[in-house]
Design a protein around this ligand. Sequence first.
Ligand code: ZN
Length: 115
Amino acid sequence: MASFVARCVARPPERRDVSRTGTTEWIRTTKRIKARDGHRCTWVDAGVRCSGPADEVDHVIEHIDGGPDDDTNLRSLCLPHHRAKTAAHANRTRWSKAARRRTPPPHPGLVGGGG
Ligand SMILES: [Zn+2]
C-alpha cells in the first residue's frame, strides 16, 4: 500500500499536448469572432438567419481542408448548426474516400492482356 501511494506521489505530472483550439490565442480569436457576429449564429437558411446563440466558432473552409484560422474564414454558429455542418462535412469526406476505394487501379496482370 505504501508503495502505491509512493508511486502516485512520485509520478511526474502528465504531459498534455495543448490542442490548437486550446491556446489562449484561439480563445481570444473565438471571443473576437463571436463579438463581430453579435454573439448570434450566422447560419442562413432560405434567407433567414438563425436566432441561436454563438456557441462555437466554425471554419467556413474546414481546417483539415486547408482553411486558415483568420477572421475571413471564421464564423459563429449555434451548437446544432455547427454539428449539422460538421456531420455533413464528415459524410462528404467519407463518400469521397469510398468513391476512391471503388475505382482501384487496374491490376498489373490484367493491363493489356485481353486474352
Ligand atoms: Zn444556428
